[in-house]
Ligand binder design. Structure first.
Ligand code: GLY
Length: 420
């Protein structure tokens, strides 16, 4: 079959790597892709936020299956456009993707189905929002309602910080995404992610992971999109996973169907775990990045069969064939990230890297210039390894980094520390 994956990051490289291994794949196109993806698939530079452009491209290239990686095309209704054109699609409709695109919507769904989450309130005016913060006190969490490229969540440890976040968000720092603000009680505990495939009715967990959001060792410094991840997440025990499925995920899926907006695709549940119970922090309507890199390393070629079963509404019969393995990925970022960073530095040593079922370098932000791989983003590479233990995966990933010659890049040295 001919398959189109939308996106250009490490997540899409990992999806492409898994899909490519499946014998069902004849032709694989990734739009727009990146320098690493170009080594295993065709890349096409089209506007992936425009549904009619994507549909026309699919028709011209006899695409049988579309996999949508990032949230922006989902929120823009690209899955609606491809489904309306009769194309088999992996990814939720815009109405269902509101579980990521609107924090307020997610909280309303949680209230409607009694899913455990933090107490919350929403405001579109600064004065009542600030009164609420003064009443509740810090720590407190302030969120822009809409999509803000991962920057719209402020975990305020002081009241002053929370009040400033209100001014930022409602003052327009996040554009239309900040027309409303959601304020939530602070939840302490350990955060982990659960990934669930759902066809709107049936649900299949496809792995757990923990990522490292802070830029510096010991989880210090500013927040990033994620500096590394590992799977499975030991804190998400089978008992807690079962509780999260029963009290959070399945009620959400039923509520979405009841409203006439069934959710079909991957549901990424960010969970806070404390005293043996999980509460919902947030949903994302897509796979995580860099969590996908570790999930795909563990799932391999079966990922395509599972995504097809999701899109075709056949998940009731689907199973994951788990190996007793662990995967870990270390993100190499351009110096300066998550602040200002330079693009264009040459990355040497990639040709020395092993690439097999236990080692893989996924490209997150790279470009080919004059035949050389160059840095083209903040997060640039995800050095990923699999092992019988997390220690083995950790050792393999960091041994690969030793082979890299890229002085303009950096990584954390402690990915996996909580579990190790
Ligand atoms: N790693 C966090 C995310 O994908 O949103």
């Amino acid at each position: 079959m001919n398959i189109l994956i939308l996106g250009s990051g490490g997540r899409e490289h990992a999806l492409a790597w898994a899909v490519k291994q499946n014998p069902k794949t004849d032709r694989l196109i990734v739009a727009p892709g990146n320098a690493g993806i170009a080594q295993l698939a065709e890349c096409a530079d089209i506007d992936i936020l425009d549904g009619s452009t994507v549909v026309t491209f699919c028709e011209e290239n006899a695409i049988d299956f579309v996999i949508i990686g990032p949230e922006a095309p989902l929120a823009a209704g690209v899955a609606d456009a491809t489904r309306a054109a009769g194309l088999l699609t992996f990814g939720p409709s815009a109405a269902a993707a509101r579980l990521e695109a609107s924090k307020r919507f997610t909280k309303e769904i949680c209230d409607a189905c009694a899913a455990p989450t933090a107490a919350w309130a929403r405001f579109s005016e600064a004065a009542p929002a600030k009164d609420y913060i003064r009443r509740m006190g810090a720590p407190i969490v302030v969120k822009a309602d809409g999509l803000a490229a991962g920057k719209g969540v402020i975990v305020a440890m002081t009241e002053t910080e929370a009040l400033a976040a209100i001014d930022d968000i409602l003052g327009g720092a996040f554009g239309a995404a900040g027309a409303e603000v959601v304020i939530e009680a602070f939840m302490d505990g350990e955060e982990a992610s659960l990934f669930i495939l759902t066809d709107g009715t049936n649900a299949l967990p496809v792995g757990t992971a923990q990522d490292h959001k802070r830029v510096g060792d010991g989880d210090t410094g500013p927040n990033t999109g994620g500096m590394g991840a590992y799977s499975p997440a030991p804190v998400l025990t089978p008992e807690i996973e079962a509780q999260a499925m029963a009290e959070i995920v399945l009620p959400t899926i039923r509520e979405m169907a009841r409203r006439g907006t069934p959710y079909s695709g991957v549901l990424y549940a960010g969970l806070m775990i404390k005293d043996g119970r999980a509460r919902l922090v947030e949903y994302n309507a897509r796979f995580g990045d860099p969590e996908t890199q570790v999930l795909m390393m563990r799932l391999g070629a079966q990922a395509l069969d599972l995504m097809l079963a999701t899109a075709e509404g056949r998940l009731a019969d689907a199973r994951v064939n788990w190996a007793a393995d662990h995967a870990l990925t270390v993100v190499m970022a351009a110096r300066g990230y998550p602040g200002a960073y330079a693009k264009g530095s040459v990355i040497n040593g990639l040709d020395r890297m092993p690439e097999d079922s236990r080692h893989m370098v996924f490209h997150a932000g790279t470009a080919l210039k004059g035949g050389l791989v160059t840095a083209n983003g903040g997060r640039v590479l995800a050095i990923t390894a699999r092992g019988a233990t997390l220690e083995e995966a950790h050792h393999r990933a960091y041994s690969m980094i030793d082979l890299l010659d890229w002085p303009e890049g950096f990584s954390r040295s402690d990915i996996g520390w909580r579990a190790l």
